[in-house]
Write a protein that binds this ligand. Sequence first.
Ligand code: DSN
Length: 430
Amino acid sequence: MGAHEPYRAPMDPRWEALAAEDPEIAELIVAEERRQRDKIRLIPSENYVSSAVLAATGSVLTNKYSEGYPGRRYYEGQQFIDQIETAAIERAKSLFGAEHANVQPYSGSPCNLAVYLAFLNPGDTVMGMALPHGGHLTHGWDVSVTGKWFRPVRYGVRKDTGRIDLDEVRDVAKREQPKLIWAGGTAVPRIIDFEAFAEIAAEVGAVFATDMAHIAGLIAGGAHPSPVPHADVVTTTTHKTLRGPRGAMLLSRAEHAKSLDRAVFPGLQGGPHNHTTAAIAVALREAATPGFATYAHAVVANAKVLAEGLVARGFDLVSGGTDNHLILVDLTTKGIPGKQAAKALDRAGIELNYNTVPFDPRKPFDPSGIRLGTPAVTSRGMGTEEMGRIAGWIDEIVSAPEDESLAAATAGEIAEFCRAFPAPGILIED
Ligand code: DSN
């Protein structure tokens, strides 16, 4: 075990095998488990999956190839894999009310690429939210293949409100005639008017795609409006608010099923990751329970209270607050850059992102803001009372980012605080 901390394997023969075979990696995994236990994790795209989801991802399904789709495979031995993938598909369709689902995309970016391959030719125009305003790389940002091989045009938020300006969206769409319009993003704290986007897309004859990766769990739990009735295609990762494994899904109208399926396989991918498919199925079953709906509503309630706690302490929130799980803070008025704040908070036991804010004069690698959210803390049972405490800790550290003794004392206090809120899937005790 060398110089590392003492390692206590959980009572699981597979873990014991890992510890015996490769103690270096075993120790690092356990160290990460301990880190996830002892910190307040506020990265809005992260969560804690259940032990059931973890068990499925760590299963023998990783041994199996299954190119194709259930009933139409290029490999033998699919007796059980077909049933697993079919269960995942049916659960996805039922949970989100979709006519078609594809659960094979490896993750969010390849999932979004499948939309391009299904509907566009290279050089066609794609319209998405600008990355610094909260969009995603794959919605046509310059450095992404989607901005290099297609012609990107963009919309953003208004400077005075921090919210999407639908008049601007309509103007850009009419002027640029995109073939594909994206809604959704990675730093959007407000509800998106999916119906209005669909109307604009219909006016210009564009395909309307929504990337609901951040909010999929809130939608599943009934705590956020759904894009499914309005969009031609909806993409999502499965590991954010939805609380599944690292994977992705496409949902669409039946008319687009064939072209999307062909785009995923054989257009972009080979064999699906069957262990992920099984874990997606498990997560979707969990997401259909009343307990998940309670969680989804609590995520939003917690975010609102955390946002209010920050506003009360003089923080400048983009759009003034939140409707979902995510809060974007412009730290300019606090006189500290986002990265310095995020690093100081991490040392103090609070993990969040440094992030650009709309119209940010600073560079993306050293921006003006921080991005935080409540999915993970809600999954471990923290409620509105705890959000007030978290806002207080954030304020203390951001006000004294170089005070290392304060950071160390706060980290200890937070580790102790976290012990009262056992996290799903975290078994380590020492
Ligand atoms: N990496 C994701 C996020 O953190 O929002 C987006 O791809």
